[in-house]
Unconditional design. Sequence first.
Length: 319
Amino acid sequence: MKHHVRVIPHTVIQQEESVKEVPKGVELIQAPEIWKETKGKGMKVAVLDTGCDTNHPDLKERVIGGRNFTDDDKSNPDIYTDYNGHGTHVAGTIAAQENDAGVIGVAPEADLLIVKVLNKNGSGQYEWIIKGIQYAIEEKADIISMSLGGPVDVPELHDAVKTAVEKGILVVCAAGNEGDGDHSTDEFAYPGCYNEVISVGAVNLELDPSEFTNSHNEVDCVAPGEGILSTYLNGKYATLSGTSMAAPHVSGALALIKVYANRQFGRDLTEPELYAQLIRRTVPLGNSPKLEGNGLVYLTVPDHLAGIFEQSVKNVVAI
């Protein structure tokens, strides 16, 4: 298991000292419309990534703990500081809290469990990812978010993912950035193409498929992944692009959906039922399912589209 997995390739467009806005991707998936119902309080999202700037003003009260599984800081398990920036950006999209300044995440009251499985170079071993998933299971995470991938299908990694799902954890993965703009060709990255995960492709803010987004028949949905503003190192902010940026939109969306749906049904929904609730809140964009799966995550599905989703929900539940 000495194969390496890497942070999903991404582009840093610009860094900023300070901002004050709701990021466009958060608005695009209609998260603010759900905040009157829930902001994700009580949900625990395990972010398997490069760590986190735990002193960032938009994140410090959201981080409830974590562990380091990498070779950074002499493998000290208690230091899960981010020296790369990627993990901090992902964490902010999920749950950056409301402040007088800064950004806000999709689920701004969700808790973040920082699971550092990629080092300062954005690289990691499959063994680190597997241990990170096992740790998230032990910590009873509601959602695991992974914006990482590698070219090798490692059975032990697949087994860890399956165990998490069997325990009722929603596992969200970036589809990958090896796309060539041609939906007829397949590009695979693991764990993003496992059937058990929720595989997320990217669209731009005009809702066109991103040129770089992987296409294959395990893509479940898409979310904004270009020009995404979020938290970054040293208390700063940055705009990044990649399917890495799309996946945390869905992780945050699921934190909102799980609170809302459990409340509506008056019980704890199973992982397949929560997946169905997510797919119910998607809008087809007219592209190949290999590019967009069921479509764009859109938390307030318009009434006139309800009939379209009714059939897709039946199909999902029947699995």
